[in-house]
Design a protein. Sequence first.
Lengths: 248, 248
Amino acid sequence: MASTKAKPVGTGDDTDMFKAVSLNRVSQAIVDQVKTLLRQGRLKPGDRLPSERELCERFGVSRVTVREALRVLEAGGLVDIRVGAHGGAFVTTPTSQQIGEGLADLLNLSPLTALQVTEARQVFELGIVPLVVERATDDDIAALRELVREHQAALEAGDYTMSMSADFHTRVAAATHNPAIEMLVQSFHGPLLMSLLEAQVVAPLMGHRGTEEHAAFIDAIAARDAERAMAIMREHLQRTADRVSHSD
Amino acid sequence: MASTKAKPVGTGDDTDMFKAVSLNRVSQAIVDQVKTLLRQGRLKPGDRLPSERELCERFGVSRVTVREALRVLEAGGLVDIRVGAHGGAFVTTPTSQQIGEGLADLLNLSPLTALQVTEARQVFELGIVPLVVERATDDDIAALRELVREHQAALEAGDYTMSMSADFHTRVAAATHNPAIEMLVQSFHGPLLMSLLEAQVVAPLMGHRGTEEHAAFIDAIAARDAERAMAIMREHLQRTADRVSHSD
DNA sequence: ACCCTTGCAATGGTATGATGATTAGCACTT
DNA sequence: AAGTGCTAATCATCATACCATTGCAAGGGT
């Protein structure tokens, strides 16, 4: 970013003789400073930052600048700003949902097609199956079975939604017991759901077959049969992918 | 909104009779409005939003409020704000790299351990190998070979860096010819590099063996041998993962 | 004629001061 | 004892002013 063309004024050698004094915004500098404190662990979730006016004095800037910095931190999900007597900026940890939302916005603008995103999702969700087979506990399996039961009930009641399918896949990812994986899978479903909803392709029959495959997948997991689990998941994901490509 | 029944306060049914009049901040409302315009496609990448002062009039708010809204949009990577005569807020055309950076930032700030991120990366990079075997063109393979040659030269010159290894993996991902996948792989390397650099574990010997494995991997790809390619990549990633876990 | 400098205008960046809205805690009244 | 109203702390917004940066065009020197 800070290329600073540094057009040679007279000779060719003095490219960096006059270095910029402060290239960035002041508010951005404050944001960076707070982020650094977070990374260093000197600010932990639940901590309260000083009040706006106090921060003004500390940094020697105006309230507008401090507020802009807080806005950026808030938008990034790093702090939660509360008003009132004991209000202020409280440190939080960004949830996967917030991250997914930000990702969805960017993916919206990006030149990526739903097809490409779907393929990436296929790769990832298929790749975690061995981990799931290896690590799923009895509780995980029981929770998944319960989820499928709920979905089948919803299906018969006629109010099965795509987000239920997303819940299943997220819960499967949780069985890896790796939050990073769970978060990524969850993040994928945001943009994906949107592209599906936009196309208005909510076939109920789909849901029927989908939940059946979900159930079969759980059985394979319970039997610790990685091959079968992957085969089921592969086909299951492929059907969704086909649907996306048709609606594209 | 027109209350049909003036339920007296105190009964159990009037939970939502008096709904809040304005839940959100004004600046947040502006952000949402712009986001909606983006989703609807009425604002496209490259478009320029009206100037701050003009937006003030349009929305009927002060400039501070508009600026805070722009800050949020900028933090989300949705607009790019330029100063100067023909400056203003421009809708960004997100490159894969920019999206990857955003994702890396988010992963970075979330409470994930390097180990967890590394495992997610292993899953993903291993999962794309079949796609690479299937789709890599002669150009891809030639580019990869050239990359390895450069790395070996750098190795002998003593200035081999971890980012070179990252370049290799990114180039491999590019061979899937799916920008979404390429972007994700790229985004993984941000936090990973940081965690490795923090631990100061830049073993040159590592680089030697690493590039050898890179070369062997390319050979497997060229031979369209998915099994062998995956085996090599699996071991290669595992060694990196071990290093992370040791430095943790 | 060409190039460089300079001034101008548009625009974002920051500062300052003031006012309103919201909330927790406390004192006061019933 | 319970409810009520006050008060202080804090964020939310506004209005105005001034500075910095940038693109463009006019002007002057070669």
